[in-house]
Design a protein. Structure first.
Length: 338
């Protein structure tokens, strides 16, 4: 099958081509992101493969459908960038990669916690400049601290396993309880209790209308002074303006994020020689106690290989008329981590 692959980097080509060796789909790679203006590139392609920041809204899908596209293959788990209702009305199938390597995201989460706590990122810069002072690098023992995990799917579960290994107490919140998390000794509590008792709060829940700006001014006010807040899930879970006020007041002592609400204009691109016009983001990076990575938590060899192999398998299922277990129904509304 002829497949137009948008938002491609060198690593996308490497892993997708390796996964495609047996299937021999005709993969054509395009660097631009998919939107209404770039959809013309996919003319004559029955399948389009997209990533997290590609825009598959109704106007884009209508143009794709008019050009012969019948399949939208997401090489990520989240699908809030796809108008599922429009896709269904146009007779288009949408598939995704629901799971790839939860260990990748969980391990990156813990990496942010450790780096922020022990100021590893700041120490690295100091030593390179010949500054060996440890003033300002004081951390705290993780042992005995309380970690609040919001969202206890596979990623949240693994974060709990790792943090338990450090000797942390675990509190959890989710609309569905995970027995494996309970077996770790985690106590499921209401959000208000989790906010009040946690030393570290880490977010691993999907983005839905209910979780949009889950962390806002009101929730931050309920947290312990000096809270460490970590988000490797979805940027819009945090009201960034409220987080900045929390940082300024000292309520939030540490903020580690791999996702950002307006990241689509920034992440996955080299903007080192350009002026960044996002004033909110620019304010964030002025704080010495904020650590931001550019949506790389998923980015391990194992995860990218699994994403590529599942994407190719989804395309093959569609081409051969087989039911695909990773097809997204129009009624689904949950957007999960990439």
């Amino acid at each position: 099958m002829k497949v137009a692959v948008f938002s491609t980097k060198a690593y996308d080509r490497q892993f997708l081509e390796a996964a495609n060796e047996q299937n021999k789909h005709e993969l054509v790679f395009f660097e631009p992101r998919l939107d209404r203006d770039t959809a013309i590139l996919a003319a004559g392609f029955p399948a389009v493969c997209v990533f997290v920041h590609d825009r598959a809204d109704a106007p884009t899908l209508e143009l794709l459908a008019s050009q012969g596209t019948r399949l939208i293959a997401l090489r990520c788990a989240g699908f809030n960038n796809v108008d599922l209702k429009a896709a269904a009305e146009l007779g288009m199938t949408v598939v995704r990669v629901p799971a790839y390597s939860p260990y990748a995201v969980a391990e990156h989460t813990v990496g942010l916690i450790l780096s922020l706590n022990r100021k590893i990122h700041r120490a690295y810069s100091r030593v390179r400049e010949g500054n060996f002072s440890i003033e300002g690098l004081l951390g705290f023992d993780l042992n005995g601290r309380t970690v609040g995990i919001i969202g206890t799917g596979k990623i949240g579960q693994i974060v709990g396993q790792i943090m338990k290994g450090f000797g942390c107490h675990l509190q959890a919140y989710d609309v569905y309880r995970n027995p494996e998390v309970e077996n770790l000794g985690a106590k499921y509590v209401e959000l208000s209790e989790l906010f009040a008792n946690s030393d570290i709060i880490t977010l691993h829940c999907p983005l839905t209308p209910q979780t949009h700006h889950l962390i806002d001014t009101q929730s931050i006010q309920q947290m312990k002074p000096g809270i460490m807040l970590i988000n490797t899930s979805r940027g819009a879970l945090i009201d960034t303006t409220a987080a900045i006020e929390g940082l300024k007041s000292g309520k939030i002592k540490y903020l580690g994020i791999d996702v950002y609400e307006q990241e689509s204009d920034l992440f996955f691109e080299d903007l080192s020689d350009e002026i960044i016009h996002d004033d909110v983001f620019q304010r964030l990076i002025t704080f010495p106690n904020v650590l931001i990575t550019g949506h790389q938590a998923f980015f391990t060899e194992e995860a990218v290989r699994n994403i590529s192999e599942t994407t190719i398998a989804n395309i093959t299922d569609f081409e051969q008329g087989r039911p695909c277990q990773n097809e997204i129904a129009a009624q689904q509304k949950v957007a999960t981590k990439v």
